[in-house]
Structures are given as structure tokens and as C-alpha cells.
Design a protein around this ligand. Structure first.
Ligand SMILES: *Cc1c(COP(=O)(O)O)cnc(C)c1O
Length: 397
């Protein structure tokens, strides 16, 4: 028996923790999702920034099929080529030293918290345990990551949180200087905040953070889970800045749509973990790693990142033009194909209106329309999204 894909069935089957769109998806093609009734929707959120190469990409399907034929899972009891090759690539791209594979973003953050605390413990300072993050950030849903995500709606009812966490006001240099100390083990940052509404950490904040790091000796952890893997036009969003992180967390698009995350660490933390300290059954699954290698090959060799940067710049110019005609647009922030448009009312209104016009956009932080299209989106497809929003703004009541 198959279940009808309706909102009623959904309410019956599942915990009510998602606000799914009333849209029954059959399959995907390029930048489009195709519903069960055959309607085609232009997908400007790409599985929350996961489907960097869109749907049905041959390079990914071939890599996944070939690896699945060989072996789907073996565990970290053994050595497997896709894992070794992907780890070598991540080292080469970041210039960092060691890799740990996990399955999801939040697990990468947990590993980074554990590595940070253990590194600090090895310094011999028993008080050095504090992990800090920035206001408005998002790092994940498990206890450690959630405790770093200082947002009431994610926390309410789940207390007590992980002790020894704290928040620095976003881009506030005075607050940064007040909050960090010799007790600080690590500061977690998203160079471009995703769920927070597409806001970039200022160069001044980055530079102050790095000089305070020299003074107090703490780690800087770059959460590149949403902004990484080419989304902003470079492999990681911190690579547009002077930041030199000690740990980098990657996930969302890393496995080409399969669950895969990585923590990449510098020489400073290379020796922190020893056998049995940390681990995961599925982390670094060979099929997911094979897909990750195919993704990285496409990003660099097929110039997908350059393409994303070009289309992103074009979209920014088009939205600026829209802003001259529609006062509902308050602000536009664009980093490659990571785009946030602050609007004068709840962004959910535009999500509903766009859906009626077969365009899928996403709302975050109440009043921000967030766009994370496939990095392979064509200029014509991008134009279609812009024209759709233009029409909605024009007809808005
Ligand atoms: C999505 C996200 C996470 C959590 O990743 P999951 O795979 O959902 O656990 C963490 N940090 C950032 C910046 C994210 O966008």
C-alpha cells in the first residue's frame, strides 16, 4: 500500500517538526523539481543548498552507480579509496592537515566542539573550555551545535544546554573583545550566515578575531556547511577574507546529495584525537565520498564555481534594478549564489506567491527571501526567478 502525499497523511505519519510545502515531488531535472501531476517548478533553494549540480547530474549518477557496484558500506575498520581520495582533495583545497568524515552538518560541528575542548584540555589550562559563537548564527540541532545556536525558537523547552557556551554580538568588535579570554577554547563563525539571513562577517571583525586569537590562544572554527563547496564562488566563503581557520566544517552539498560532512583541521589540532576518541559508523561512506569527488571535480575542472559567481553577479544587478521600482525591497545581499533579500513584510508571503507561479524560493529570519539555487543554474533560469518576483512585487496588495 502506498500513502497519499497529502498534508493530512503527513500530519498523521510524522512528528510535526517540519513545515512542508503542499507539494508532492516525483523527480528532479536540472534546476527543476517535477511534481507528481507533472508540474515543473524552478527550484531556487536546491534541497537547502545541497544540490549544487542540480538534479540528475550525470557526473554524480555515474560516480554513485560505479561505487555502489563495488561496495556501498564497509565502515571505518577498513581503508577505502574514495575516502582517501576525497580527504586528499580537501587537504589540497584548504591547505589544512587532517580530515574527519561525518554524515551531517551538526555532527561535523559536534566533532569540532570535541576537538576544540580536547585541544584546550591538552594545553593544561583546566579553565579553557568555553566555546563561543555569533548572534544570529546557525550550527545545527544536536545538543552541542544547538547550544551554539543562540536563538530562542530553536532552544525553548530543550534546556539544559551544553555548559561553557556563549554568544558574541555579530560584527560587534567591542563585544568580541569583552567575551573572549584565556578561558576561550574556540570561536565558531559562519563567514556568511545562512539561516541567519545571508549576512557576512566584516573584515574588521575577522582581523580583530585573529589578533585576539594570537593574544589568548583559541581556535577559530569556520562553519562552511552552507556557504562552502563553491556556493559563494570560492570553495569556502572564508577564502574571500584573510581568515585562517584551525577547523573547517563542510556538509550540505559535499556528498552530492548523499549525507556526508567533513571536519578539516590545521597542524595545530592534527594530534588531538587518538584511536577510539571519536568516530561514527557511516562517516565517510564510500558512495557518498565518490559523489563528493565527482562534485569537487565538477566545481574545479568544469568551472562550476566561476559560473556561480557570474550568474550571482548578474542576479545582484537585476535585483538592484528591481529595488529601484519596488519599495518592498529593503536590502539585497549576494555572495555568489547565496542571496538574501530583506523585504518589508513576512517573506513567507513571497514564498506562497512564487509557488503559485511555479518558482520555489525560501524564507529565513522572518523577512528575508533566501535563494540558494543550483550552482549550475542558467542565466535564463535565473532571469525567470527575477521576473517572477518582479511580477509578485508589482501585483502585491
Ligand atoms: C544546515 C547547517 C548546519 C547543520 O547541518 P545538518 O546537516 O542539517 O545537521 C550547520 N551549520 C550551517 C551553517 C548550516 O547551514
Amino acid at each position: 500500500m502506498t500513502s497519499a502525499l497529502t498534508t493530512d497523511t503527513e500530519q498523521q505519519l510524522f512528528f510535526h517538526n517540519y513545515a512542508r510545502l503542499p507539494l508532492a515531488i516525483d523527480h528532479g531535472e536540472g534546476s527543476y523539481l517535477v511534481a507528481e501531476d507533472g508540474t515543473r517548478y524552478l527550484d531556487m533553494i536546491s534541497g537547502i543548498g545541497v544540490n549544487a549540480l542540480g538534479y540528475g547530474d550525470r557526473r554524480l549518477i555515474d560516480a554513485i552507480s560505479a561505487q555502489a557496484e563495488k561496495i556501498i558500506h564497509a565502515s571505518n575498520l577498513f581503508m577505502l579509496a574514495p575516502q582517501f581520495d576525497l580527504a586528499a582533495k580537501l587537504r589540497e583545497i584548504t591547505g589544512l592537515s587532517k580530515v574527519f568524515f561525518a554524515n551531517s552538518g551538526t555532527e561535523a560541528i559536534e566533532a569540532a566542539i570535541k576537538i576544540s575542548r580536547k585541544w584546550a584540555a591538552q594545553s593544561g589550562d583546566a579553565d579553557k573550555k568555553e566555546v563561543l559563537s555569533l548572534s544570529n548564527c546557525f550550527h545545527g540541532r544536536t545538543y552541542g551545535a544547538m547550544s551554539l545556536t543562540a536563538k530562542a525558537k530553536y532552544l525553548e523547552g530543550f534546556e539544559p544546554l551544553l555548559p561553557g557556551t556563549g554568544t558574541i554580538e555579530f560584527n560587534d568588535i567591542d563585544d568580541l573583545a569583552r567575551k573572549v579570554s584565556s578561558r576561550t577554547a574556540a570561536v565558531f563563525i559562519e563567514t556568511v550566515q545562512g539561516e541567519g539571513g545571508i549576512h557576512r562577517v566584516s573584515n574588521e571583525f575577522m582581523e580583530t578575531l585573529q589578533s585576539l586569537k594570537k593574544q589568548y590562544g583559541f581556535l577559530i572554527v569556520a562553519d562552511e556547511i552552507q556557504a562552502g563547496c563553491g556556493r559563494t564562488g570560492k570553495f569556502c566563503s572564508y577564502m574571500h577574507t584573510t581568515l585562517q581557520p584551525d577547523l573547517v566544517c563542510l556538509a550540505k552539498p559535499l556528498g552530492g546529495g548523499l549525507p556526508l560532512a567533513a571536519v578539516v583541521g590545521s597542524d595545530l589540532v592534527a594530534g588531538v584525537l587518538s584511536a577510539g576518541n571519536h568516530g561514527t559508523t557511516f562517516g565517510g561512506n564510500p558512495v557518498a565520498c565518490a559523489a563528493g569527488l565527482a562534485l569537487i571535480t565538477a566545481l574545479f575542472e568544469d568551472k562550476v564555481m566561476e559560473h556561480a559567481a557570474t550568474v550571482g553577479t548578474m542576479m545582484h544587478a537585476a535585483f538592484q534594478e528591481l529595488a529601484t521600482r519596488h519599495s518592498q525591497i529593503i536590502d539585497i545581499r549576494q555572495y555568489g549564489l547565496m542571496i538574501g533579500i530583506t523585504v518589508h513584510r513576512e517573506a513567507a508571503y513571497y514564498v506562497r506567491e512564487a509557488l503559485q507561479r511555479q518558482v520555489i524560493v525560501n524564507a529565513t529570519s522572518q523577512d528575508v527571501i533566501r535563494l540558494l539555487p543550483p550552482l549550475t543554474i542558467t542565466a535564463t533560469e535565473a532571469r525567470k526567478c527575477i521576473d517572477c518576483l518582479d511580477e509578485i512585487f508589482t501585483n502585491e496588495k
